[in-house]
Design a protein around this ligand. Structure first.
Ligand code: FAD
Ligand code: NAD
Length: 480
């Protein structure tokens, strides 16, 4: 038997590629994984984990300062070196031995190198700097899980100024004195929060506002608290030119003519797919494009038909459905099980909420933005629900007006919003803004995914005195 032939070949060992391999092995097929950097991908080393570690100490300090008794015990500021050390450990010191060992343990061969599709079901891996290659052949499927990287916009001088991307922001061993941030999305909001907490003087150029795709109150509360923390948030501001001087200072000239000087500039205006050099031309697709997929995550061409006989799949960031680790891993479970089912000639259950469909990607995506306050949301915002043609009713409640919140912290500030589909009497969207609301989100996710009728939710009684009592207040606000 050709030892380079497997049932499935996965290109990319980020969180998504790892989980695809796991499902395929669980299903009794063989699989090989190709990775050119670190097993674990962006999330483990330069995204979710290190950034949340950078944010967590500041959040813990704020929480302690909001509770009399604990407040008095806090006698200093953040220990920056200790925060960075903890971050380093959460990034596994940028070593992937642990995750590579896991692949070995579950019986998945790892090919280290750059993977490129060369023909139907064949992936060539360039394994070393000498250009040595090995070709892997898949009996059933190839899955592209190559993720995404930062988008650097065409701002004059920006590339030459060697800006920070999310990678440098996540992994820096120093805190710049002055940090300018271009962008107002999730990365910009979280990194402005983290670096302000670590002592940097931060300016945010939020051309399109802060967290513009969330409920408006979310962005407003984050802007207010960033400003309270000393961050200069310039709404509507856009960089026109960027220049780094010999002493390292970066000068940004805005379209308004104003100038901002900083020690580093972080660019955080979105992502592009890692598809430039993966052999898409070999299957009639355009290198550099996001991959479009059908309901079972098979890559489709311009006409909407699967590539070839449907042997090519794409999951995670690279298909642009949802750029979040947990949704990518959810897709991984679906795609892994689908490939196994098709290989065994079993029926594929790709109907709405079917075992092989990633239905939640459409209308039930949970996300937590770890700013101050935390923004936890699932499903549609009111604006998105209206744009989707739903007849909705919005119910808001002040999170501070719940017994559990008053106990949680002095001067607790927050807001909750429930978006109800009036025709079906179910929740289609839920957003919480407040300290420590992240862990409240899953209840809302279950209500949205389960399409639990409002009159049944009255029987889901929140414990007293918890912040979850906001559920009762929202139902009372809606009326019985
Ligand atoms: C700063 C930041 C913070 C984030 N925080 C969160 C968060 O808190 N929660 C959350 O859910 N999401 C978060 N995300 C998003 C999350 O990181 C991504 O959604 C997730 O990493 C996508 O996983 P993936 O496996 O699709 O891609 P990736 O993690 O990008 O992994 C792809 C892998 O493929 C490899 N690869 C690429 N091309 C090739 C090739 N040709 N050959 C071989 N290997 C290749 C890469 O080296 C990489 O290891 C964050 C993103 C950023 C930028
Ligand atoms: N906690 C989390 O879940 C988390 C944290 C970080 C990142 N992520 C994920 O990573 C992805 C990337 O995050 P991101 O913040 O880079 O992207 P984003 O899409 O969240 O935000 C980018 C922002 O930049 C703005 N923008 C676009 N082009 C611009 C330009 N030329 N000049 C100025 N502003 C411009 C957009 O209006 C948008 O608000 C997101 O999809 C997000 O889901 C998730």
């Amino acid at each position: 038997m050709d030892t380079n032939t497997y049932d499935v070949v996965v290109i990319g060992a980020g969180p998504v590629g790892e989980n695809i391999a796991d499902r395929v092995v669980q299903g009794g097929l063989t699989v090989a994984v190709v990775e050119r950097e670190l097993v674990g991908g962006e999330c483990s080393y330069w995204a979710c984990m290190p950034t949340k570690a950078l944010l967590r100490s500041g959040a813990a300090l704020r929480a302690a300062r909001q509770v009399p008794g604990a407040r008095e015990a806090v006698t200093g500021e953040l220990d920056v070196a200790a925060v960075l050390r903890r971050r380093d450990s959460f990034a596994a010191h940028w070593q992937d031995d642990g995750q590579a060992a896991w692949l070995e343990q579950v019986g998945v061969p790892l090919y280290r190198g750059h993977g490129r599709i060369v023909s139907t079901r064949a992936v060539e891996v360039t394994t070393g700097e000498d250009g040595a290659t090995v070709t892997l052949t898949a009996r059933h499927a190839v899955v592209v899980a190559t993720g995404s990287r930062v988008l650097v916009p065409d701002v004059e001088g920006l590339r030459e100024a060697a800006p920070w991307t999310s990678r440098e922001a996540a992994a820096s061993s120093t805190v710049p004195g002055r940090l300018a941030v271009i962008g107002g999305g999730v990365v910009a909001a979280e990194m402005a929060t983290a670096y302000a907490g670590l002592g940097a003087s931060v300016t945010v150029l939020a051309r399109d506002g802060v967290l513009p795709s969330a409920e408006p109150f979310a962005g407003e509360r984050v802007v207010a608290s960033l400003r309270e923390a000393g961050v200069s948030v310039l709404l509507g501001a856009e960089a026109a030119t960027v220049k780094r001087a010999g002493d390292g200072t970066v000068s940004l000239t805005l379209t308004s003519g104003a100038q901002i000087d900083a020690d580093e500039v972080l660019v955080a205006v979105g992502r592009v797919p890692n598809t430039r050099d993966i052999g898409l031309e070999a299957v009639g697709l355009t290198p550099g494009d996001w991959l479009t997929v059908d309901g079972t995550l098979r890559v489709v061409g311009a006409e909407g038909a699967p590539v070839g006989d449907g042997w090519l799949y794409a999951a995670g960031d690279v298909n642009r459905r949802v750029l979040l680790t947990h949704q990518g891993k959810y897709q991984a479970r679906a795609v892994g099980d689908t490939i196994v089912a098709r290989a065994k000639g079993e029926a594929v259950d790709d109907g709405r909420w079917g075992r092989h469909a990633a239905t939640a990607d459409e209308r039930a995506v949970p996300q937590v933005v770890f700013t101050d306050p935390e923004i936890a949301s699932v499903g549609l915002t009111a604006a998105a629900a209206e744009a989707a043609g739903l007849r909705i009713r919005v119910v808001d409640h002040d999170l501070a007006a719940v017994a559990g919140s008053t106990l949680q912290a002095e001067d607790y500030r927050g807001q909750a919003r429930m978006v109800v589909d009036e025709d079906r009497k179910v929740i289609v969207g839920f957003t919480l803004a407040g300290p420590d609301v992240a862990e409240l989100l899953h209840a809302a996710t279950i209500a949205v995914v389960g399409e639990v009728p409002l009159d049944r939710l009255w029987h889901a009684v929140p414990a007293f005195p918890t912040v979850s009592e906001v559920w009762l207040r929202l139902l009372e606000g809606y009326g019985r």
